[in-house]
Write a protein that binds this ligand. Structure first.
Ligand code: BTN
Length: 329
C-alpha cells in the first residue's frame, strides 16, 4: 500500500496531471527531488499494480491507462473531503469491512476513517444475511464515525447513509430510490445496502460503523441464481461500467455532506430529503417485524426514522423490519 504523499503517489499524480502528454524523466526527478533511477523504480512499481505507463526514449513517460482498483493511489486524489477518508485502509480481501472498521474503531482511529476491500469472504447484510462480495466488481466499504449523538439517535445515521448512496447513484446516472429503512433500489431491484453497527453507553455513542455495499459492475452471472431476479447493479442499469474509485469517492463525499448536515441541522433536514427519495411512502406494503406481518399503507417516517404504517388495526410504528412493496405504482 503506498503511503500518503509517498514518492510513488507523487510520480503518479505528476503523470496524471500531464494527461495525454509525455513528461521527461528529468522533469519528474527535478520536480520531485528524486534520482532518475528512483523515478524508474516507481514507474515499474506502478506498472506492477496495473497502471499502463508508456516510456519512449527522448520523450519520457505517459500514463496510458489506470486500473479499476480501489487503492489509496486511486482514491486519495479523488477525495474532496475534510474528515471522511483522511485515514484510508484498503485491502485485497477481508472477512468483512465492517469487522475491520469495528476493530479499528476500538483501537481509537479518528472520525471518518474508511476501510475498503476488493472482496469480502464473510460480507454481512442486515439481519445476519450474507452479502455477496465478488472481487474487483463492486464496492464494499465501511466508515467509522464518532458523532455527538445520544444512542437513540444513532439509527438516524443509517438514513443519512442511504441518502448519500442514493445521491451518488443518481450522479452516476441510476434512477435510484430508498426502500425503508436503507435499501437502495433501481428498477424495483436491490442495488445497494447499508449495515450500521455501533458501540455506546447509555448517554454516549463511542463509535458508529456505517457499512456500504453497492453492486457497481456486477453482471447477472455474478449474483447467485436465487438473487438474479432481485438484484441489479450500476452496470446493468446504465448499460455501461462505472469507474469504481470515482463512484466510491462520490459516495464518501456525499456521506460527509449529509453527516455534516445532520450534525448542523438535525434530523429534520435528513427526513425531508429521505421522503423525497423514498420509494416506500404512499405504497401498499407488507412488513415483517418481530415475527409478525403487517399489511397496510406506508404513510410516513417519524422523527426517529420509524416507519408509520396504516394497517387494519390502525397506525403502527415500525422500528425494525423488512418491507416488501405490494402492487406496482
Ligand atoms: C443489507 O442490505 O442487508 C446491508 C448490506 C451491507 C453490506 C456492506 S458491504 C460492506 C460492509 N461490510 C459488510 O460485511 N457489510 C457491509
Amino acid at each position: 500500500m503506498a503511503e500518503p504523499g509517498s514518492s510513488e503517489e507523487l510520480v503518479l499524480a505528476f503523470l496524471a496531471e500531464a494527461g495525454d502528454e509525455f513528461v521527461s524523466g528529468e522533469a519528474i526527478s527535478d520536480k520531485l527531488g528524486l534520482t532518475r533511477a528512483a523515478v524508474w523504480k516507481h514507474v515499474n512499481a506502478l506498472r506492477a499494480q496495473g497502471y499502463r505507463i508508456d516510456a519512449v526514449p527522448a520523450r519520457g513517460y505517459r500514463l496510458a491507462e489506470v486500473p479499476d482498483r480501489l487503492t489509496p493511489l486511486e482514491l486519495r486524489p479523488l477525495l474532496n473531503t475534510h474528515d471522511v477518508g483522511r485515514e484510508l485502509y484498503c485491502y485485497e480481501e477481508l472477512g468483512s469491512t465492517n469487522d475491520r472498521a469495528r476493530e479499528l474503531a476500538e483501537e481509537g482511529v479518528e472520525h471518518g476513517t474508511v476501510v475498503v476491500a476488493e472482496t469480502q469472504t464473510a460480507g454481512r447484510g442486515r439481519r445476519g444475511r450474507p452479502w455477496v462480495s465478488p472481487p474487483g466488481k463492486n464496492l464494499y466499504l465501511s466508515v467509522v464515525l464518532r458523532p455527538e449523538l445520544a444512542p437513540a439517535q444513532a439509527s438516524e445515521l443509517t438514513l443519512v447513509a442511504s441518502l448519500a448512496v442514493c445521491d451518488a447513484l443518481r450522479q452516476a446516472g441510476v434512477d435510484a430510490g430508498i426502500k425503508w429503512p436503507n435499501d437502495l433500489v433501481a428498477s424495483g431491484k436491490k442495488i445497494a445496502g447499508i449495515l450500521t453497527e455501533l458501540a455506546a453507553e447509555p448517554e454516549r455513542v463511542h463509535w458508529v460503523v456505517v457499512g456500504v455495499g453497492v453492486n457497481v459492475n456486477a453482471r447477472a452471472e455474478d449474483f447467485p441464481e436465487e438473487l438474479r431476479r432481485e438484484a441489479t447493479s450500476v452496470l446493468l442499469e446504465r448499460g455501461a461500467p462505472a469507474p469504481r474509485a470515482l463512484f466510491a469517492a462520490a459516495c464518501l463525499t456525499a456521506l460527509e455532506g449529509w453527516v455534516d448536515r445532520h450534525a448542523d441541522e438535525g434530523f429534520g433536514a435528513v427526513r425531508d430529503a429521505w421522503r423525497e427519495r423514498s420509494v416506500t411512502l404512499g405504497r401498499e406494503v407488507l412488513v415483517r417485524t418481530d415475527g409478525r406481518e403487517i399489511r397496510g399503507t406506508a404513510e410516513d417516517i417519524d422523527d426517529q426514522g420509524a416507519l408509520l404504517v396504516r394497517g387494519p388495526e390502525g397506525r403502527e410504528r415500525i422500528l425494525v423490519g423488512d418491507v416488501a412493496l405490494l402492487r406496482p405504482r
